[in-house]
Design a protein around this ligand. Structure first.
Ligand code: ADP
Ligand code: ZN
Length: 736
């Protein structure tokens, strides 16, 4: 027998053993093979040849075909997959499904082909025309072809038809007579960059110093944190470091959060790196992804690959540098499905294996990262001034308590804010209004029984979408026309909470002359909507931009003089140990959008709690104070970086089974882990799509043997799954 272990895109087991019949080539690890499974056929990736015997009870089947003549997954990628499945407690198949663009495994990738035509080589144009003397239309086609391709090179068939003004039938007639021939050529789906390239901008003194310090920190650390205030010119620092790598023949992987991957950034990079730049974002379709994957596989010239978290799975050789920009961003963590990986952690592992340097950049580091920098595990370089000497924005808190008390409010706008907006608009400058989405979804509430209309399948109130005249569930997508009366008691329904839509109405009333754009999930559903809004705002086609978190990401608008946060309290009052860290990050980032070219920007933050320590830290631009207070809390309450957390979600369609399975699992884990396992937690949304949910949280000391802890955890979850049939147990290591 010639046995191999194959990874299949399934959640159950890591690998499946097959025999390679003598009639087939023996495949190498990383090649695709077609295998039978039950009555189906599946494509998998060869993990390794199998040297250890298989139990006699297991029937081993033959593979059907070997699909590649060389590996499409490198040994390094396979190593990453194995690390991920062990660290994040999921199957290799789940990693495979996340790692390879769907078209590679389903094999439904079709190269895009274009039809070309040329004069058949045995003809000359003169002889061909002779032969066609009585067919003027065909001669017209031939004349057109000879004009486009005097030397007989293939020309796009479409183009000849278009330019000759003749029909397809005429061209076909020429093809049938053997005078011209049709050729299919595969063409790229990716549009190449055709603009000019320019050398990078010269760096300021502070930026040059940062580059030197980063290089010297890399001498003794694999990972360096660049802590640079908003607009300090971190991107330019990256550009210089990237260029050094490309010149030295090394590739660079540049990770950015999804929403930050705008044309503002890619244009800037294209101008310097031209077609060495490869952009990998989530709006690519499967075929485009497959094409990029193959291009990287086949072409070893040094490249700058910029991408979102899944770019860590691309095939890469000789990588010299991995950049993780905005390293604090939560979108680096994949929530669902497994693998629930954090791209920053993966980048650090990859850097180690590839012998590449790693640079984490941000204005507001995550507590974990800063701790690593403080403890000497990572190098640390700071950029404390903004580029071109622009001052950090002046931040002012507005006391909503007082404003409401004095009745100096217009809707959600305080008097001083209204005045300031008027003033800024009168100077011809722009305003950003920030409204946090979480906890602010507008909904209906009954004025008699107090109940909001709820989703039929989830334990959440429905959100009001006034323009569409609909109530929607933001968890499952269920929708219902707006109720006029309470479905429970028939009472009168009132609107509660306020979203960006409501703000838009208030702004229209307060500032009728101002042109307003709204940016939130509802207005950015289409492929280009987000980019369109940004472009329009940066061209100053509107005066006020109303937005959620989306507006906080590293965008630069030259004319924004004022950023206003309508209500900071919802950000601060989240039941999450990271709430203060997140609030600081979000407020500092959104404040960072104010003030560009030669003028200090202003930021107004409305709050009921002006003495809140986090708001004081934001005003003072005092990250260190935030860091120290947060670190103390993390230590006292056993959170990361001192303890490692793992969330265990137990789900079942049946309420009683969900509860029983969670209790049973908790009891078993308690015997193993003692107080490290929480009690059974009822999550704030305990039912989604008619599935009941319970939660357990495991905290292990950072110094403990994590691998052993994970093995023990898996043993117990496997047991519970086998006893309580139909129970789903999801494991989230390092939850965000
Ligand atoms: P950050 O990434 O730290 O927020 P950026 O790198 O985006 O900052 O720079 C902020 C602004 O300053 C951008 O508009 C950028 O074009 C400009 N800038 C930064 N460095 C330079 C430089 N060396 N020369 C010219 N302009 C620069
Ligand atoms: Zn729902």
């Amino acid at each position: 027998m010639r046995l191999i272990d194959v990874i299949l895109p399934l959640a159950i087991r890591d690998s499946y053993t097959y025999n390679v019949p003598e009639s087939l080539m023996y495949p190498q690890p990383g090649m695709r093979v077609l295998v039978p499974l039950g009555r189906k056929q599946l494509t998998g990736i060869v993990l390794s040849s199998r040297t250890t015997p298989v139990p006699a009870t297991i029937q081993i089947r033959d593979i059907i075909a070997v699909l590649d003549d060389r590996p499409i997954v490198s040994p390094l990628q396979l190593r990453l997959w194995q690390w991920m499945s062990r660290y994040y407690l999921c199957s290799l198949g789940e990693v495979l499904a996340a790692a390879l663009p769907a078209g590679i495994i389903d094999d439904d990738y079709k190269a895009r082909t274009e039809q070309y035509i040329r004069l058949t080589p045995i003809y000359t144009y003169a002889r061909a025309k002779e032969a066609l003397s009585r067919a003027p239309k065909q001669i017209a086609v031939l004349d057109c072809l000879s004009a486009l391709s005097p030397d007989g090179k293939p020309v796009e068939r479409r183009l000849v038809i278009e330019q000759s003004g003749q029909s397809t039938a005429v061209v076909r007639a020429l093809e049938e007579r053997g005078i011209i021939e049709k050729i299919s050529q595969s063409v790229s789906r990716l549009t190449p960059y055709t603009g000019e390239t320019h050398p990078p901008l010269p760096l300021s003194e502070a930026q040059s110093r940062a580059v030197q310090l980063i290089l010297s920190e890399w001498q003794s650390h694999e990972v360096v944190l660049l802590h640079g205030v908003t607009s300090s010119g971190k991107t330019e620092v990256y550009i210089h470091l990237i260029q050094q790598q490309l010149t030295a023949g090394q590739s660079v992987l540049y990770l950015v959060p999804e929403i930050a991957l705008t044309t503002q950034l890619t244009d800037r990079l294209h101008r310097v790196f031209g077609n060495d730049l490869v952009v990998y974002h989530s709006r690519l379709n499967t075929n485009e992804r497959v094409e990029i994957y193959h291009r990287l596989l086949e072409n070893n010239s040094p490249k700058l690959i910029i991408g979102v978290r899944s770019a860590v799975f691309l095939p890469m050789t000789s990588v010299g540098l991995i950049i993780v920009d905005e390293e604090h961003e939560t979108s680096y963590k994949q929530q669902d499905p497994a693998p629930r990986y954090h791209a920053r952690s993966v980048a650090v592992m990859l850097g180690h294996w590839l012998h590449a340097k790693v640079l984490l950049g941000t204005a507001t580091p995550s507590i974990e990262t800063y701790y690593n920098a403080q403890s000497g595990k990572y190098g640390l370089v700071s950029l404390t001034t903004r580029y071109a000497g622009i001052a950090l924005p002046a931040i002012r808190l507005i006391d909503l308590q007082q404003q409401y008390h004095r009745k100096e409010m217009y809707g959600h706008f305080s008097d001083p804010l209204v005045d300031k907006i008027r003033e800024v608009l009168s100077r011809g400058k722009q305003v950003i209004l920030f409204q946090n989405r979480r906890g602010y979804a507008p909904m209906l509430q009954c004025s008699q029984c107090g109940h909001p209309p709820r989703c039929v399948q989830c334990d959440v109130p429905l959100t009001l979408h006034k323009k569409e005249n609909e109530l929607r569930c933001h968890w499952c997508g269920y929708s219902h026309p707006i109720f006029t009366l309470c479905p429970d008691c028939g009472g009168e329904l009132k609107v509660r909470g306020f979203g960006t839509e409501r703000l838009e109405d208030e702004v229209a009333n307060l500032f009728p002359e101002a042109k307003v754009l709204r940016m939130d999930l509802d207005t950015t559903r289409s492929k280009t909507a987000y980019q369109d809004i940004i472009n329009r705002f940066s061209r100053h086609e509107c005066d006020i931009l109303i937005g959620t978190q989306m507006v906080t990401k590293g965008l630069h608008f030259d004319d924004v003089a004022l950023v206003a946060v309508l209500n900071a309290d919802q950000l601060l009052n989240q039941p999450d140990f990271r709430a203060y860290e997140r609030a600081f990050q979000m407020l500092s980032q959104v404040a960072g959008r104010a003030g560009r070219k030669g003028q200090q920007g202003e930021v107004f933050i409305q709050t009921f709690d002006i003495h809140h320590p986090v708001l004081q830290q934001v005003i003072a631009h005092d990250y260190m104070s935030l860091y120290h207070t947060q670190l103390e809390e993390r230590k006292a309450f056993l959170f990361p970086p001192f303890h490692r957390m793992t969330d265990i979600t137990v789900k079942h369609k049946n309420y009683a089974t969900a509860v029983q399975a969670a209790i049973a699992l908790q009891q078993r884990l308690k015997q193993v882990f003692g107080a490290r396992i929480s009690g059974v937690i009822v999550p704030s949304v305990a039912r989604v799509q008619n599935t009941h949910i319970r939660l357990l949280r495991l905290r292990i000391e950072a110094s403990a043997n994590i691998a052993e802890a994970k093995r023990l955890l898996m043993e117990q979850t496997d047991y519970i799954r086998s006893v309580y049939k139909g129970t789903q147990i999801l494991i989230d290591v390092d939850p965000q």
